[in-house]
Design a protein around this ligand. Structure first.
Ligand code: ZN
Length: 189
């Protein structure tokens, strides 16, 4: 089932998400729906708050990226109750986008290496270190769990220049190919 994606400006994208238990209702279905939604909107990652759930869950499938960059291996994973323990290395920049912020791509600086603990979809615990592009997707999705969006991390002048565009997204004044929830959409009679 396709889930509507919450657009920039929605207060629920700004909440700190909570851990869940094994018994979280219909978790398997939720994860399947999130993958379906992410593929339908051509994303490489999707975090629970983007489908209006304030829980520490995100999914990643970097296949589109690895197809464009054959030197990069494919990566697909589910992160439940994710907690970053450490980020390290010399920060590097990359142009990021977000399904909650359509049509905006901006350069974001992040550290290249991340150590994260999480449970997979079978609720097996993992303590792993990632680097490069996979680390970057993890950091972007993880930020959603902390109520942080990539536009918070860009140059303040760039953000000022994007203000109007961001307001348009909040109002639903954009063309987007997937279903979204816009916080300030004026309902037609
Ligand atoms: Zn995002």
């Amino acid at each position: 089932m396709l889930l509507p994606i919450v657009a920039y400006g929605h207060p629920n994208l700004r909440k700190i998400c909570v851990d869940i238990g094994k018994d979280y209702p219909e978790l398997e279905k939720l994860i399947a729906d999130m993958f379906e939604t992410m593929y339908a909107s051509s994303g490489v990652g999707l975090a629970a708050p983007q489908v209006n759930l304030q829980i520490r869950l995100f999914i990643i499938d970097a296949k589109p990226y690895s197809e464009e960059n054959p030197d990069k291996e494919a990566f697909k994973n589910v992160f439940i109750n994710a907690h970053i323990l450490k980020e390290e290395g010399e920060p590097w920049t990359f142009s990021e986008g977000c399904l909650s912020i359509p049509d905006i791509h901006e350069t974001v600086e992040r550290k290249p290496k991340v150590r994260i603990t999480y449970y997979d979809e079978s609720f097996v615990f993992h303590d792993e270190t990632y680097d490069g592009f996979i680390a970057r997707i993890i950091q972007h999705e993880y930020d959603h769990l902390e109520g942080i969006l990539f536009v918070d991390k860009i140059n303040p002048l760039r953000r000022l220049l994007l203000k109007r565009k961001l307001q348009d997204i909040t109002k639903g004044d954009i063309d987007v190919a997937y279903k979204m929830v816009f916080p300030l959409l004026k309902r037609r009679p």
